[in-house]
Write a protein that binds this ligand. Structure first.
Ligand code: ADP
Length: 227
């Protein structure tokens, strides 16, 4: 656990270096002499985008340290998973629409309920669904399905986006792991902590999370949760 903490601190400091250098260099450049309004505007934009990325990073780090701490508990109650899923799909619809990505959801007619921490599982759903948009191609498709039996529910999200190579697939739940493709396609929005947080939350629920992927064809994430 101590080794893990030391590693996290080292990784986090390393991840902070690039955005800090960007903000420093950009502001020093803008301040070096009188610039045009356009140059100031561009510099502020770069600083704002970079600070936004840092905020995402620090928010995720705080969350990870909470998850790692002994105080981490789940607020378990019976909830409608169908409702949480539909609400989350509605949240990502505008993002998908912007890039002409279609979303199809096959949900059972009967409401699927289970005992889980609603806030945390919504976060899991948001992460998996937003990745399916982020790592998709413009005009791509996302297929969501939900099934349930007496003891478990089974949630699948499939996209036909960029996919993950065989070599990278075993590492996607590692902290700070990002593929080179993610660094270029998702640019500032990629921090590399989403899936590791997601996996910890699913594990804490005694559920399972499986990733399958085919490079340039797409990915499928399957989550099972005990009901
Ligand atoms: P982030 O999206 O912030 O980079 P995540 O932890 O959510 O971090 O994902 C880790 C990496 O796994 C991503 O950088 C990306 O390379 C890959 N990945 C995650 N979801 C998908 C997906 N649906 N399709 C392709 N690659 C994905």
């Amino acid at each position: 656990s101590l080794r893990r903490q030391i590693r996290l601190t080292a990784d986090a400091s390393h991840e902070m270096r690039t955005p800090i250098s960007v903000i420093l260099a950009t502001s020093q450049f803008a301040l070096a002499k009188e610039r045009t309004a356009e140059v100031y505007q561009k510099s502020f934009r770069t600083c704002a985008d970079t600070a936004q990325h840092m905020r995402q990073l620090t928010d995720s780090l705080l969350e990870l340290s909470e998850i790692d701490s002994s105080k981490f508990t789940l607020d378990l109650e019976k909830h409608s998973f169908t409702h949480d899923l539909v609400t989350t799909i509605d949240l990502i619809k505008p993002l998908a629409k912007q890039r002409q990505i279609s979303i199809r959801a096959d949900l059972p007619d009967d409401d699927v309920s289970a005992t889980y921490d609603s806030q945390r599982i919504r976060q899991v759903l948001l992460n998996l669904l937003s990745n399916a948009v982020k790592y998709n191609n413009d005009g791509g498709a996302i297929h969501i399905s939900l099934t349930a039996n007496e003891t478990h529910l089974n949630f699948i999200v499939r996209d036909n986006g960029v996919g993950i190579s065989e070599e990278n697939l075993p590492h996607i739940f590692d902290r700070f792991f990002r593929t080179d493709k993610a660094r270029t396609t998702a640019k500032g929005s990629s921090v590399g902590l989403g899936l590791s947080i997601t996996k910890s939350i699913v594990d804490a629920h005694k559920g399972t999370l499986l990733a399958e992927s085919w490079e340039n064809e797409g990915s499928r994430f399957t989550m099972t949760l005990p009901r």
